[in-house]
Design a protein around this ligand. Structure first.
Ligand SMILES: [Zn+2]
Length: 108
């Protein structure tokens, strides 16, 4: 079972990069299951002014760093009016999309 073959520094680096990619992919898949990760599961906010503060408080999926908002658009996806935040990590520059729905969480 134990096959001990010392890895060269380059092979080790490649193996670690692959592991990082796998982890990042797993985190991204997980994020798609969280509210806001897909258009089907938007985060509900009471007003449009809350979209950007909420997006800024979300961490980068890859490194946990702070997100910087590139663009905030209003789009119609699957019949829903959604706010889409195009954000990018301030540390590792990995992109993240967050979906919000405005006005559906108003107090009754
Ligand atoms: Zn990052």
């Amino acid at each position: 079972m134990h096959r001990k073959k010392p890895l060269s520094p380059n092979a080790l680096r490649r193996a670690m990069a692959r592991a990082d990619d796998k982890l990042a992919l797993a985190r991204e898949r997980l994020a798609a299951l969280e509210p806001g990760g897909t258009p089907e599961r938007p985060i509900e906010v009471a007003s449009a002014s809350l979209v950007e503060p909420r997006a800024q408080s979300a961490p980068c999926l890859r490194c946990g760093g702070p997100l910087r908002i590139d663009e905030h658009t209003a789009e119609s996806i699957g019949g829903l009016r959604l706010r889409v935040v195009h954000a990018r990590c301030a540390q590792c520059a990995s992109p993240r999309l967050l979906y919000y729905r405005v006005g559906s969480a108003l107090p009754s």
